[in-house]
Write a protein that binds this ligand. Structure first.
Ligand SMILES: [Zn+2]
Length: 181
Protein backbone atom coordinates (compact mmCIF):
# COMPACT_ATOMS: atom_id res chain seq x y z
CA UNK A 1 0.00 0.00 0.00
CA UNK A 2 1.58 3.25 -1.08
CA UNK A 3 0.61 6.85 -1.59
CA UNK A 4 3.10 9.21 -3.11
CA UNK A 5 2.83 12.96 -2.71
CA UNK A 6 5.47 14.51 -4.88
CA UNK A 7 6.03 18.22 -5.16
CA UNK A 8 4.72 19.49 -8.47
CA UNK A 9 2.19 16.76 -8.96
CA UNK A 10 -1.30 17.95 -9.65
CA UNK A 11 -4.03 17.14 -7.17
CA UNK A 12 -5.64 14.92 -9.76
CA UNK A 13 -2.49 12.80 -9.97
CA UNK A 14 -2.60 12.37 -6.22
CA UNK A 15 -6.28 11.41 -6.34
CA UNK A 16 -5.52 8.89 -9.07
CA UNK A 17 -2.81 7.38 -6.92
CA UNK A 18 -5.03 7.30 -3.86
CA UNK A 19 -7.71 5.65 -5.93
CA UNK A 20 -5.30 2.93 -7.00
CA UNK A 21 -4.54 2.25 -3.34
CA UNK A 22 -8.09 2.19 -2.11
CA UNK A 23 -11.19 2.32 -4.19
CA UNK A 24 -12.95 5.29 -2.55
CA UNK A 25 -15.81 4.57 -4.92
CA UNK A 26 -18.32 6.72 -3.05
CA UNK A 27 -16.00 9.72 -3.00
CA UNK A 28 -15.29 9.47 -6.71
CA UNK A 29 -18.95 9.23 -7.62
CA UNK A 30 -20.13 12.04 -5.38
CA UNK A 31 -19.02 15.51 -6.53
CA UNK A 32 -19.56 17.07 -3.10
CA UNK A 33 -17.35 14.47 -1.46
CA UNK A 34 -14.79 14.74 -4.24
CA UNK A 35 -14.66 18.49 -3.54
CA UNK A 36 -13.97 17.76 0.12
CA UNK A 37 -11.27 15.25 -0.80
CA UNK A 38 -9.70 17.93 -3.00
CA UNK A 39 -9.81 20.41 -0.10
CA UNK A 40 -7.87 17.98 2.10
CA UNK A 41 -5.37 17.17 -0.64
CA UNK A 42 -4.87 20.85 -1.35
CA UNK A 43 -4.22 21.61 2.31
CA UNK A 44 -1.65 18.80 2.47
CA UNK A 45 -0.14 19.99 -0.77
CA UNK A 46 0.23 23.53 0.57
CA UNK A 47 1.21 22.63 4.13
CA UNK A 48 3.51 19.67 3.77
CA UNK A 49 7.24 20.24 3.82
CA UNK A 50 8.74 16.76 4.07
CA UNK A 51 5.56 15.14 2.88
CA UNK A 52 7.31 12.58 0.71
CA UNK A 53 8.58 10.86 3.82
CA UNK A 54 5.90 12.05 6.19
CA UNK A 55 4.16 8.87 7.33
CA UNK A 56 1.98 10.64 9.86
CA UNK A 57 0.69 13.05 7.24
CA UNK A 58 0.05 10.16 4.87
CA UNK A 59 -1.93 8.23 7.49
CA UNK A 60 -3.88 11.36 8.38
CA UNK A 61 -4.79 11.99 4.75
CA UNK A 62 -5.78 8.37 4.22
CA UNK A 63 -7.86 8.49 7.41
CA UNK A 64 -9.60 11.64 6.17
CA UNK A 65 -10.37 10.10 2.78
CA UNK A 66 -11.66 6.92 4.41
CA UNK A 67 -13.88 8.93 6.76
CA UNK A 68 -15.25 10.76 3.73
CA UNK A 69 -15.88 7.46 1.95
CA UNK A 70 -17.57 5.90 4.98
CA UNK A 71 -19.86 8.81 5.77
CA UNK A 72 -20.23 12.33 4.52
CA UNK A 73 -20.00 14.16 7.84
CA UNK A 74 -19.68 17.93 7.45
CA UNK A 75 -16.99 17.65 10.10
CA UNK A 76 -14.54 15.53 8.06
CA UNK A 77 -12.71 18.44 6.41
CA UNK A 78 -12.68 20.81 9.42
CA UNK A 79 -11.52 17.94 11.67
CA UNK A 80 -8.79 17.19 9.14
CA UNK A 81 -7.73 20.86 9.14
CA UNK A 82 -7.53 20.89 12.95
CA UNK A 83 -5.45 17.69 12.98
CA UNK A 84 -3.21 19.10 10.25
CA UNK A 85 -2.61 22.23 12.33
CA UNK A 86 -1.58 20.02 15.25
CA UNK A 87 0.67 18.04 12.92
CA UNK A 88 2.32 21.29 11.79
CA UNK A 89 2.92 22.31 15.40
CA UNK A 90 0.29 25.04 15.48
CA UNK A 91 -2.66 23.15 16.90
CA UNK A 92 -5.12 25.48 18.61
CA UNK A 93 -5.38 25.50 22.40
CA UNK A 94 -8.89 24.29 23.29
CA UNK A 95 -8.59 23.41 26.99
CA UNK A 96 -8.12 26.90 28.42
CA UNK A 97 -7.80 30.53 27.37
CA UNK A 98 -4.75 30.77 25.10
CA UNK A 99 -4.02 34.23 26.48
CA UNK A 100 -4.53 34.10 30.27
CA UNK A 101 -5.05 30.40 30.96
CA UNK A 102 -8.55 30.77 32.39
CA UNK A 103 -10.48 27.50 32.14
CA UNK A 104 -13.96 29.03 32.33
CA UNK A 105 -16.02 31.44 30.32
CA UNK A 106 -14.36 30.54 27.02
CA UNK A 107 -16.20 32.58 24.42
CA UNK A 108 -14.03 33.24 21.38
CA UNK A 109 -11.60 31.62 18.99
CA UNK A 110 -8.66 33.25 17.29
CA UNK A 111 -5.99 31.07 15.70
CA UNK A 112 -3.41 33.85 15.56
CA UNK A 113 -3.86 34.24 19.35
CA UNK A 114 -3.32 30.51 19.88
CA UNK A 115 -6.86 29.12 20.10
CA UNK A 116 -9.82 29.64 22.40
CA UNK A 117 -10.09 32.81 24.46
CA UNK A 118 -12.03 33.72 27.57
CA UNK A 119 -14.56 36.54 27.73
CA UNK A 120 -11.96 39.01 29.07
CA UNK A 121 -9.35 38.19 26.41
CA UNK A 122 -11.81 37.66 23.60
CA UNK A 123 -10.94 38.54 20.02
CA UNK A 124 -11.46 36.88 16.68
CA UNK A 125 -14.68 34.90 16.21
CA UNK A 126 -17.33 34.17 18.82
CA UNK A 127 -17.34 30.55 20.00
CA UNK A 128 -20.40 28.68 21.26
CA UNK A 129 -20.11 26.08 24.06
CA UNK A 130 -21.26 23.37 21.60
CA UNK A 131 -18.59 24.28 19.05
CA UNK A 132 -15.96 24.30 21.81
CA UNK A 133 -17.05 20.81 22.86
CA UNK A 134 -16.88 19.62 19.25
CA UNK A 135 -13.34 20.95 18.83
CA UNK A 136 -12.33 19.29 22.09
CA UNK A 137 -13.74 15.99 20.82
CA UNK A 138 -11.87 16.27 17.50
CA UNK A 139 -8.56 17.14 19.16
CA UNK A 140 -9.01 15.07 22.30
CA UNK A 141 -9.20 11.57 20.88
CA UNK A 142 -12.96 11.37 20.25
CA UNK A 143 -12.85 12.05 16.53
CA UNK A 144 -14.98 9.04 15.56
CA UNK A 145 -17.68 10.03 18.04
CA UNK A 146 -17.59 13.61 16.72
CA UNK A 147 -17.95 12.41 13.12
CA UNK A 148 -20.94 10.27 14.08
CA UNK A 149 -22.87 13.24 15.49
CA UNK A 150 -25.70 14.67 13.37
CA UNK A 151 -24.98 18.06 11.77
CA UNK A 152 -25.76 21.03 13.98
CA UNK A 153 -25.08 24.79 14.06
CA UNK A 154 -21.92 23.89 16.00
CA UNK A 155 -20.71 21.82 13.03
CA UNK A 156 -20.97 24.84 10.72
CA UNK A 157 -19.26 26.97 13.34
CA UNK A 158 -16.31 24.57 13.63
CA UNK A 159 -16.21 24.33 9.84
CA UNK A 160 -15.88 28.12 9.60
CA UNK A 161 -13.31 28.43 12.40
CA UNK A 162 -11.15 25.52 11.22
CA UNK A 163 -11.14 26.76 7.62
CA UNK A 164 -10.14 30.27 8.73
CA UNK A 165 -7.41 28.82 10.97
CA UNK A 166 -6.08 26.67 8.13
CA UNK A 167 -6.04 29.64 5.73
CA UNK A 168 -4.25 31.74 8.34
CA UNK A 169 -1.65 29.02 8.85
CA UNK A 170 -1.05 28.49 5.12
CA UNK A 171 -0.70 32.21 4.45
CA UNK A 172 1.84 32.50 7.25
CA UNK A 173 3.81 29.62 5.74
CA UNK A 174 3.74 31.29 2.34
CA UNK A 175 4.94 34.58 3.79
CA UNK A 176 7.70 32.82 5.76
CA UNK A 177 8.84 31.15 2.53
CA UNK A 178 9.08 34.55 0.85
CA UNK A 179 6.25 33.89 -1.56
CA UNK A 180 4.81 37.29 -0.69
CA UNK A 181 7.01 40.34 -1.02
ZN1 LIG B 1 -8.26 34.90 29.00
Amino acid sequence: MQLQLHRGRSELDVVTQVESVDQFRVVREDLARLGKAMAMLEAVDRAGVDRESDGALYRMLLGGLRALDAGDSALVVPAFYLKLLVHDGVGPEVRACASCGAADDLAAFDHSSGGVLCRSCRRGSPLSPDALELMRMVLGGSLSAALALPPSPATSEVEHLATAAMEHHLERRLRAAGAYS
